[in-house]
Design a protein around this ligand. Structure first.
Ligand SMILES: Nc1ncnc2c1ncn2[C@@H]1O[C@H](COP(=O)(O)OP(=O)(O)OP(=O)(O)O)[C@@H](O)[C@H]1O
Length: 619
């Protein structure tokens, strides 16, 4: 119960704005219960007068009153129920939006820890379970309480002694609900977990269908789904069995109560202490009394199921974003593109080892800095720190001399464009996919970016050109083509700093070659931090950083490092012809002629002192 109270306290504030509607719904419920009570009393009157005497003149009055009361009840019931559904759905809408907003700000390791399908289940089933407690639960409880009081009062009014005798059995409902609630909660948790696991398996399998087919893993995947589906079936059957057992038990108790009423009634009528009409009305009130009492008993079950959902939603809401906006943000400034790392150290949450250890380097506006090293050396972690998915545990990263922690996140990500390892495609048209680099860009700007990214020709050849629909995993485009769409998107962003994480990974050498020229155009005039194993652009780099176990072990230009014969020389090996003949980036960007429409940013004449960390932006 404590858990339910806490969950309620946490989610009740979301009803703000709708509480007046909750009051209206409750008023409707009260009117509805009153009209039912009135209808039963009129029925008793009809039985004892019109029916007994067989007089039509005694019929019309009560009949008209009954009809009026029934019509009022129907109208109020319709309005109240519609309003209740609307309010409940608004709550679900708000809660889901809140949780989704929170999820979107969570750090990458949260998504590595939680399976996607499980998160989907939390945002759907669990959110609805909470609604059952907070909105439907409150309305249901208040209505049930009001109805129970009305019918009980009416029964007491008719025959207080008989009513008290039948109320004696009421605690049986509560005892039954208590006995069942714990087990139903467990079954409900198991069912939700299994639901999430099924969604996860289906998503993972369909997302990996090539691996499944190529490695003949179909039977393994079917087995995986079967295990989860069986767990779901078991939990679901157990939940249904418990609920059914509870229902049937309550039915038996109800029958017991009705028999008690009839037995007492027969006795009372035979002793001439009660009319038939009064007995029927009394039995009706007792009959009407059970559903609300039963609902009150069942509320405990709804609460227990909802707390299982609430616990799972709380786990998401309690996960904190690893970075946030600064309390005193630096005002926006025209970013030049100085990037500097000063003694940066970082360990992932929960990790025992540092993934980045005392890394110091700088990149000046327009420079290309290549970060290379063996797999797992910490290269991608550096890109996550620069785009501020995480903050360093020690040391400082600066943009134009301003510590990233003081820069508003949105401004930082407008100015530091990331081209991540896997090409990210949105569900939408090719145009929308490019436009998301700079929402609101004109068609001409989008096309110009696509031409610069060497993507225009293949886009124009698509059945619907720029309006062709593509989606993650379903795009009928090659890896290299998708990567060029991503480059066009980054071109459009016009960010002065670019972070490229393995831009040619996963591409064959032909596709990689097709991407290199657009990449050069993209990098032209921008500070570029490129993380790569592919060193074909290394001769162009102003600086190469070699990372090993999170530490910088070598820094220098390609020729120097090759001559040194150390870690870099081992990684570089014999270089492909393309790289050796490749022209330097700063020299070559002009040679792309009219196709290269990127405007070069003015590189300020003076770089800031490497050791200087400014609180204020450079103007
Ligand atoms: N979420 C995480 N939690 C804990 N450790 C992590 C996490 N992500 C990465 N690591 C560890 O941090 C280290 C650096 O990882 P990183 O992804 O930066 O390597 P990388 O050099 O980019 O490798 P690759 O070239 O294979 O992409 C690795 O040892 C890795 O195991």
């Amino acid at each position: 119960m404590r858990e339910a109270r806490e969950a309620f306290r946490r989610f009740w504030p979301l009803t703000r704005g709708d509480r007046k509607w909750l009051a209206v719904i409750i008023a409707c419920v009260v009117v509805s219960a009153l009209s039912e009570t009135a209808a039963i009393l009129i029925f008793a009157d009809l039985t004892d007068n019109a029916l007994k005497s067989g007089s039509l003149s005694d019929f019309w009055g009560p009949a008209a009153a009954w009809l009026g009361v029934a019509a009022l009840g129907a109208l109020v019931g319709y309005f109240g129920n519609s309003l209740a559904t609307w309010t409940a759905e608004r709550f679900v809408l708000r809660l889901r939006a809140n949780v989704f907003r929170h999820v979107q700000g969570l750090p990458p390791h949260f998504f590595q820890k939680h399976r996607q399908g499980d998160l989907v289940e939390r945002l759907t089933g669990d959110v609805e379970a909470i609604e059952q407690m907070v909105v439907s639960g409150v309305v249901g409880t208040i209505s049930a309480a009001f109805s129970a009081v009305f019918y009980a009062c009416a029964a007491l009014y008719l025959r207080w002694d008989l009513a008290l005798a039948t109320f004696v059995l009421a605690p049986l409902f509560l005892i039954a609900a208590r006995r069942f609630s714990g087990r139903i909660k467990q079954a409900s948790t198991d069912e939700r977990v299994a639901d999430g696991a099924i969604t996860s398996v289906v998503e993972e399998s369909l997302g990996n269908v090539v691996l499944t087919q190529a490695y003949n893993r179909r039977r393994d995947e079917e087995k995986r789904l079967d295990v989860e589906a069986r767990a779901w079936m078991k939990a679901s059957v157990r939940g249904a069995r418990l609920s059914e057992m509870y229902e049937q038990f309550v039915e038996v108790v109800e029958t017991l109560c009705v028999l008690a009423v009839i037995g007492l009634g027969v006795w009372e009528i035979s002793a001439d202490r009660m009319t038939l009409g009064a007995l029927l009305a009394f039995a009706a009130f007792i009959g009407y009394l059970y559903p609300p009492v039963r609902n009150l008993g069942q509320l405990g079950l709804t609460l227990t199921a909802a707390t299982a959902g609430a616990a799972r939603i709380n786990e998401i809401l309690d996960a904190t974003p690893s970075v946030g906006d600064p309390s005193e943000p630096v005002p926006a400034w025209p970013v030049h593109g100085w990037v500097s790392f000063h003694g940066v150290t970082f360990a992932y949450p929960g990790a025992i080892r540092n993934s980045v250890d005392e890394v110091t380097f700088r990149a000046d506006p327009g420079e290309l800095v290549i970060i290379t090293g063996e797999s797992g050396a910490g290269k991608s972690t550096l890109s996550k720190l620069l785009t501020r998915f995480y903050d360093p545990s020690a040391g400082v990263i600066c943009l134009d001399g301003v510590p990233l922690r003081d820069v508003p996140l949105e401004f930082l990500r407008e100015n530091v464009a990331l081209l991540p390892q896997q090409t990210l495609i949105l569900n939408g048209t090719v145009r929308e996919n490019i436009e998301c680099g700079r929402p609101g860009a004109t068609d001409e700007e989008i096309e110009r970016a696509a031409r610069s990214a060497a993507a225009h020709d293949f886009i124009a050849a698509l059945p619907e050109g720029y309006d062709t629909q593509i989606a993650p995993g379903t795009a009928a485009l090659s890896g290299g083509q998708l990567q060029r769409i991503a480059i066009a998107r980054a071109m459009l962003r016009e960010a002065p700093v670019l972070v490229l994480d393995e831009p040619t990974a996963g591409l064959d050498s032909v596709a990689a070659r097709q991407v290199i020229q657009p990449l050069r155009r993209l990098m032209s005039g921008r500070t570029t931090i490129m993380i790569t194993h592919d060193l074909s652009l290394a001769p162009d780099a102003d600086r190469i950083l070699v990372v090993e176990g999170g530490r910088l072990v070598e820094t220098g230009k390609h020729a120097e490092l090759v001559a040194r014969g150390g870690a870099y020389a081992r990684l570089a090996g014999p270089l492909p012809e393309m790289a050796i003949t490749g022209t330097g980036r700063h020299r070559s960007h002009r040679s792309h002629g009219s196709e290269d429409t990127m405007t070069l940013r003015q590189v300020p004449p003076q770089a800031p002192d490497e050791t200087m960390i400014l609180r204020l932006p450079l103007k």
